[in-house]
Design a protein around this ligand. Sequence first.
Ligand SMILES: Nc1ncnc2c1ncn2[C@@H]1O[C@H](COP(=O)(O)OP(=O)(O)OP(=O)(O)O)[C@@H](O)[C@H]1O
Ligand SMILES: [Mg+2]
Length: 288
Amino acid sequence: MNELPNPDELDLCLLADRYPLRKRLQGLQRLMADQPAVAEGLARFRESFERSRAIVELRRATLPQPEFPPDLPISQKWQEIAGLIATNQVIVLCGETGSGKSTQLPKICLTLGRGIFGRIGHTQPRRIAARTLANRIAQELGCQPGTAVGYKVRFHDQVRPETHIKLLTDGMLLAEVQQDRFLNEYDTLIIDEAHERSLNIDFLLGYLKGLLRKRPDLKLIVTSATIDTERFGPGLHKLNETVEYSPNRMTPLRRLGQPFEVAHAVLFLCSDESSYITGHTLAVTGGR
Ligand SMILES: Nc1ncnc2c1ncn2[C@@H]1O[C@H](COP(=O)(O)OP(=O)(O)OP(=O)(O)O)[C@@H](O)[C@H]1O
Ligand SMILES: [Mg+2]
């Protein structure tokens, strides 16, 4: 039915129609000639589309339901922290050593449904920490290492398509920027131990500052072990911000209004100069 007539068959038509019909026939023949390529392209497109959807469904179906150990300061505030993450693009979280930043933050992100369309990337300065933390978080979530929680460090890639939380060194994340400058693998990034101020972390924060504008869906959480009032306090005052800090409760140090005025919060960690990363800075006191 859809087969085109042989050009010779046009001789059966009116003279007046033969020329325009011949032209249309030639056009249709060109389209037909391309059809295998179009069909192949469509099939390949559908395959990629279905593969991508299947991973989303798998991650959605296997999204862990975290529980929070009640004795950790971060756990006690998890709902409040979740609310801040939900409503800000950037969070700077200061908490004392052992308060639960590294182990609980990625779990808090899971409760917001993050880790499905993109992973939660969680950086550590050192490979050993990335590995042990991945195992620890997997254990707390009751899953096998390398499933919902995986790690990627030099020479070891234990990340699967279904992995929600990916631990990696900050150096590795920096290397990944060269492959994917939008870091589209991730919907959330936790830059842990920012107080260490390594060259990698400084580079990353500088890069992420620019990326946040292009990726409004990306959440950035920066953690620091201490609120070093000596170091941060003067910086905050210099920025003409009110510092509220009361022991034993989480206190917003400041709430910055507009997204992308972000740099205030993050850059006080890595520079004395004020620049503009937005979000919310908070401190959790207590720890082990
Ligand atoms: N691999 C592990 N095995 C056993 N307990 C662990 C492990 N990792 C963390 N913990 C415990 O979990 C609690 C929270 O630790 P976590 O690493 O989340 O704190 P943190 O705020 O990130 O501390 P830091 O600033 O030192 O990195 C601590 O009591 C710690 O001892
Ligand atoms: Mg930690």
